[in-house]
Design a protein around this ligand. Sequence first.
Ligand code: 5GP
Ligand code: ZN
Length: 113
Amino acid sequence: MTLNDNCIFCKIIKGEIPSQKVYEDDFMLVFKDIEPKAKVHLLAVPKMHFKLISEAGEEGLEAISHMLSVIPEVAAKNGCTNGYRLVINQGDDAGQTVFHLHIHILGGEELPW
Ligand code: 5GP
Ligand code: ZN
């Protein structure tokens, strides 16, 4: 698993920056977003550094697939009992600010579109 010394999410994965972790396994970490945009706002990140789905490669796509298989239970256990929204910002037009792929998990209330 390749991490990047200059990436804030890699530093969170390595434990160099504190975060409020809610789930962790060999391939992924889920923690609370520092600036929540909904009652529940979690970030799921793979334990390998890449920015875009198009750059994931086979290993990255396997990590994303694993993340999607785990997220429903993590979401439900953290207050998303009536549905939730997953968001993956990709690049500038989407406003991606952290260049380590992450899946936003938003819920805990009815979300505006
Ligand atoms: P993006 O805009 O790249 O899709 O989302 C980046 C997200 O990361 C934002 O929602 C932002 O609040 C969150 N974020 C940025 N830095 C940190 C941090 O140091 N810790 C945590 N927990 N979240 C962060
Ligand atoms: Zn990273």
